[in-house]
Write a protein that binds this ligand. Structure first.
Ligand code: KIV
Ligand code: ZN
Length: 522
């Protein structure tokens, strides 16, 4: 149902792949972005902002791939208020069943003067031209007055009227620097409705950053003021402190439905999995106490709380772990399970594999099932998101490693890595610790001078024989790449993750060269 049919239906606009991807250290390749977009479609978001097509050839290709392959949601692409950006956005989006161009220009004087080095009159002209140009390609056009919450409300209203006159169908009011507070945001939107009565003919949207920890509260204030689209990102990632977290928005609206009256099209049971996929692929871990999806979000530590929950769950729980998909950890396969059982179990997880990909997944499943008594749904999911990307990435892959480590001698590592051309390359190194030695031996084997930027280790599930999971970000000649690895052996997981991160960063360097940084002015 669309907002025009149901006045309380809130559209969920996910910007994980655009604003979220602007978080420091995140660099997803096209295959990884597609995987996230497919999971967002399973989550039931209404709009996926798939990227910023003019920003790099890689982003263009990723948006195009998502536009062509992801069914269900509207696929949006971002464009500054400039013809070349809008042309690129349309080029990437045109094969989508339901494309949207999202164009923006700042309306705050601080941005107009210092960043755009322009005038209010010029901003009005650029907004008019941009929306008209986008509208010449597609019916569904979104316009955002950037830094609106620090802008003059009368001037912003003038710009919005122009955008609506030119055919914008969604007007988004960004709190770009996370500065506003709920009652102020409500007042700003209420005033805009007074100044621009035509706002009632379009969808009003909110886009709140979390610099003061108010992104979700401000988004809710916006909904209460009349907005019916919320822009948010999985795990709250995004510029600086991030965007409103999609899982918090969805569960807030679901849990307090009786009070607030809003509905969404989200399948809440896909929340936990979406969070895991994004965390794994971005290398951004989720804090244990993170609302809704943190490992402790449903854990009760104090005796009084445990006692209460044992007697009656609702004493200390306002949501059910099952409703966000956090219970999906039952045993699914054992060491005697065959290829067909694996294929079926994966299919139940929404992951379709066949042919060579199934063979690869099966080989890794067997290796793990030999070492681990129970292979759970979460293990399978981690393993498969880890392994299947290897095919898509076609970079270096780890063949084997030897590492000698002792508290009395410096560690020494030898590795063999297969190059994208199929050649086996060997390297060795003595490092500060066994993992450092392996990483440097991988650099020696590949001849790529990768520098470690981030390194996270976690366990996929609990228990002594849990699969270890590592996320790594490296930098190669100024280009970052992330990689993940999953194994029963944490050193093996780290080595796999490092080789993938190095491949991704090297591929970016080779494809993008010395790419200029985008500025606000084209
Ligand atoms: O925060 C912001 O202003 C943005 C716009 C591009 C919508 O991300
Ligand atoms: Zn933003």
């Amino acid at each position: 149902m669309t907002p025009s049919q149901d006045p309380n239906r809130v559209l969920i606009f996910d910007t994980t792949l655009r604003d979220g991807e602007q978080s420091p250290g995140i660099s997803l390749n096209a295959a990884e972005k597609l995987e996230i977009a497919q999971q967002l479609a399973r989550l039931g978001v209404d709009i996926i902002e798939a990227g910023f097509p003019i920003s790099s050839p890689g982003d263009f290709e990723a948006v195009q791939g998502i536009a062509r392959q992801v069914e269900g949601p509207v696929i949006a692409g971002l464009a500054r208020a400039h013809a070349a950006d809008i042309d690129a956005a349309w080029g990437a989006l045109k094969d989508a069943a339901r494309p949207r161009i999202h164009t923006f220009i700042s309306t705050s004087d601080i941005h107009i003067k210092h960043q755009l080095q322009s005038t209010r009159e010029d901003v009005k002209g650029q907004a008019r031209a941009a929306v008209a140009h986008a509208k010449s390609y597609v019916e569904d056009v979104e316009f955002s007055p950037m830094d609106a919450t620090r802008a003059d409300v009368e001037f912003t209203a003038e710009v919005l009227q122009i955008a609506i006159d030119e055919g914008a169908t969604t007007i988004n009011i960004p709190d770009t620097v996370g500065y506003t507070v709920p009652h102020e945001y409500t007042a700003f939107l209420t005033r805009l409705y007074e100044l621009v009565p035509d706002l009632r003919k379009v969808v009003l949207s909110v886009h709140c950053h979390d610099d003061l920890g108010l992104a979700v509260a401000n988004s809710l204030a916006g909904l209460l003021a009349g907005a019916r689209q919320v822009e948010c990102a999985v795990n709250g990632i995004g510029e600086r402190a991030g965007n409103a977290a999609i899982e918090e928005i969805i569960m807030l609206l679901a849990t307090r439905q009786a009070e607030l009256g809003f509905t969404t099209g989200a399948n809440t049971r896909e929340i936990a999995r979406t969070s895991r996929v994004v965390s794994r692929l971005t290398g951004y871990p989720v804090a244990p106490n993170k609302a809704v999806i943190g490992r402790n979000a449903f854990a009760h530590e104090s005796g009084i709380h445990q006692d209460g929950v044992l007697k009656e769950r609702s004493t200390y729980e306002i949501m059910d772990a099952a409703s966000v998909g956090l219970e999906s950890n039952q045993l699914v396969l054992g060491k005697h399970s065959g290829r067909h059982a694996l294929q079926q179990a994966l299919s139940e997880l929404g992951i379709e594999v066949s042919g060579q990909t199934l063979n690869t997944a099966f080989k890794r499943f067997k290796e793990i099932a030999d070492k681990k008594k129970q292979v759970t749904a979460m293990d399978l999911e981690a393993l498969v998101t880890d392994e299947l990307r290897e095919d898509a990435a076609a970079g270096y892959s780890l063949e084997w490693f030897d590492v000698e480590s002792s508290s009395r001698r410096p560690p020494h590592a030898r590795v063999a890595v297969r190059s994208p051309e199929g050649e086996e390359l060997e390297g060795s190194f003595g490092g500060d610790g066994p993992i450092d030695a392996i990483f440097r031996a991988i650099n020696a084997a590949t001849g790529v001078d990768a520098r470690l930027r981030e390194f996270h280790i976690g366990a996929v599930t609990g228990g002594q024989d849990a699969l270890g999971e590592t996320s790594i970000v490296v930098e190669v000649d100024g280009h970052t790449g992330s990689g993940q690895g999953v194994s029963t052996d944490i050193v093996d997981a780290a080595a796999r993750a490092y080789v993938r991160a190095l491949s991704n960063a090297a591929r970016r360097r080779d494809h993008e060269g010395a790419e200029p940084q985008l500025s606000a002015t084209p």
